[in-house]
Design a protein around this ligand. Structure first.
Ligand code: SAM
Length: 221
């Protein structure tokens, strides 16, 4: 099945509200559990960059898990960031998570580089996937722990429908629609291999962790 693009930014208020009200606890805590598995030595973890942070659920989980880190979280959607700021203040994390209203590529962030760079569900939104790999190269060093998570495009629209029925059956229609569109916009494992090769990022590994998710993790060369 060909990739079908969806809009890059999630700025529609109804969509943002549905996203903010959704329960991503199981999915996001499973992603967070991968970080210490892949990067067990985190004594030097002080600066973190979250790309495409959305409502900051991942950034908040990260901040709780690693209490010594400060996080710069980037998103191009103003409405997402309004919601993110509310959640961050509810958790009293406003001194540790700083939001940046910026778009990839060409982000201008306060640190020259970061100890860790994380990103969940951004890659499939990007019309040009190299924007993510360029941004990694801009802000990572050979010591930066990199963890990207994204969807895997199924082989057909029928397979995508089955995944929506299996994993989002009780969700509101808008989230079911977004999930379906995101599955169609996602990349295959082979496509991400080709992207990493084109970006000359041999230190990043691709790992399929479920029937619909891949992890891309490792270090720059
Ligand atoms: C599916 S959401 C994921 C949000 C969050 N990472 C999470 O896991 O809950 C994707 C986010 O990426 C943002 N985004 C998409 N393209 C972007 C770009 N070029 N620059 C910055 N943010 C972008 C969207 O606005 C949206 O908030």
């Amino acid at each position: 099945m060909q990739r079908l693009l969806e809009p890059e930014l999630m700025n529609d208020l109804e969509q943002v509200t549905a996203y903010a009200n959704a329960d991503f606890a199981a999915a996001h805590s499973a992603i967070m559990a991968q970080f210490p598995r892949l990067f067990p030595h985190t004594e030097g973890l002080h600066t973190v960059l979250d790309l495409g942070c959305g409502t900051a659920d991942i950034a908040i989980r990260f901040a709780r898990m690693y209490p010594n880190c400060k996080i710069d979280a980037v998103d191009g959607s103003a409405n997402m960031l309004v919601q993110a700021q509310t959640f961050i203040e509810r958790e009293s994390l406003q001194d540790r998570i700083i939001l940046h209203h910026q778009c990839l590529p060409g982000c201008e962030l306060p640190n020259k580089n970061y100890d860790a760079i994380v990103s969940n569900s951004l890659l499939h939104h990007l019309h040009e996937p190299q924007y993510l790999w360029q941004t990694l190269k801009q802000y990572a060093t050979a010591k930066t722990a990199i963890l990207i998570c994204d969807l895997i495009r199924p082989t057909s629209q029928q397979a995508a429908t089955l995944l929506v029925e299996q994993y989002a059956d009780s969700e509101p229609e808008i989230l079911r629609r977004d999930f379906f569109n995101s599955l169609l916009a996602a990349f295959t494992l082979d496509e991400v291999h080709a992207q990493l090769s084109a970006a000359n990022l041999p230190g990043l590994q691709i790992e399929q962790i479920s029937d619909r998710h891949m992890l891309i993790h490792g270090y720059l060369p």
